[in-house]
Write a protein that binds this ligand. Structure first.
Ligand code: 8YV
Length: 320
């Protein structure tokens, strides 16, 4: 017997974080066999740690009658049904703040990589083409109007970085944020009409599904560049492929996809896209910080009955 709280770890995590959880909890890893894990521990689990691979929905919660807390390893929690959780008195936490700079860095890197064709240039050198002549010229960041789709913490961190690049920065969000200097657009289509570059940083989920559609891409125009570091579900991938194919826009830089780790074959075949394997937070530094915050939330919950970074849907619960 153990008096450590029973915890179900839904997805594999970095070894140091796994070890930290193992030391403090009666841990069961789903490890690709959720059914077996539920059979082993479903009746006693008080905490779930999720990093997005398995939906934490009503059906899963039904099978965890003692569940008290779902700790998300990530700032986005679109796979966790936080509304249902709150209705059942289950608190949900996530890892805001600690990911902002890392994801913002990657967004800017992806923007430059897509416009200046940096991966293509690297391939050009490695293939020995340079000796036969210079690489064809690329598009530029100069003179661009960059629209941020979403202006939360990560959006603001991107805007801060872009300020040094001399581009015009604009944004669309549900509400204008007082005190911010970038120009606000009340609708996405107006932002896309004014801008030639979009960076997507809105949360995933039903509200933002296929927000970037054919009409938005059409407005972006032939010099248009789309960068997505948010969730693949926000972009209509078929419409994006079609827009690239017909030169409706120029290029795209994508860190996220609708059905990860699957990437549409039509994108893999293209030379005008930069494709990354969802690495926005994938550094030793930030993953350690995320793990520490997940752990701090769990410890604070079990020791003091309070969480540190609950999601907005959980506000109102005594532990939030
Ligand atoms: C993933 C992320 O959660 O923070 C987010 O929302 O998308 C990432 O940090 C991370 O890859 C863990 O799987």
């Amino acid at each position: 017997m153990t008096d450590k709280p029973a915890l179900l770890l839904l997805d594999p995590v970095e070894p140091a974080f796994d070890a930290a959880l193992t030391a403090r909890f009666d841990l069961t890893r789903a490890e690709g066999d959720l059914e077996a894990a539920l059979a082993a521990c479903g009746g006693k689990v008080r905490a779930v740690v999720s990093r997005g691979g398995i939906p934490v929905d009503a059906a899963l919660m039904d099978r965890l009658p003692k569940l008290e807390i779902v700790a998300g390893f990530g700032v986005g929690y679109d796979v966790i049904d936080a509304v249902t959780a709150a209705a059942r008195g289950i608190v949900v936490t996530h890892t805001p703040d600690v990911v902002d700079d890392e994801v913002a860095d990657l967004a800017v890197a992806l923007l430059l990589a897509a416009i200046r064709r940096i991966p293509q240039a690297d391939a050009f050198v490695r293939a020995g083409h340079w000796a036969k002549g210079p690489m064809p010229l690329s598009a530029t960041l100069r003179g661009r109007r960059v629209g941020l789709v979403g202006m939360g913490r990560i959006g603001q961190a991107i805007a801060t970085r872009l300020a040094g690049f001399g581009v015009e920065i604009c944004y669309h969000a549900r509400h204008a944020r007082p005190g911010l200097s970038p120009r606000y657009f009340g609708t996405l289509i107006d932002l896309a009409t004014y801008c030639d570059t979009l960076i997507v940083v809105v949360p995933g989920g039903a509200e933002t599904r296929n927000l970037i559609d054919a009409a938005v891409l059409e407005e972006l125009g032939p010099e248009g560049v789309l960068v997505n570091v948010a969730r693949g579900s926000v972009v209509d991938e078929a419409a994006l492929v079609d827009a690239l194919e017909r030169n409706v826009i120029l290029a795209a830089g994508l860190d996220v996809f609708a059905a990860e780790p699957e990437v549409p074959a039509a994108l893999l075949a293209r030379d005008d896209v930069v494709l990354l394997p969802h690495i926005g937070t994938s550094t030793h530094h930030t993953r350690a910080a995320m793990g520490a915050l997940v752990l701090a939330n769990l410890e604070s919950f079990f020791e003091r009955g309070r969480t540190l970074t609950p999601v907005p849907e959980s506000r109102g619960l005594p532990s939030a």
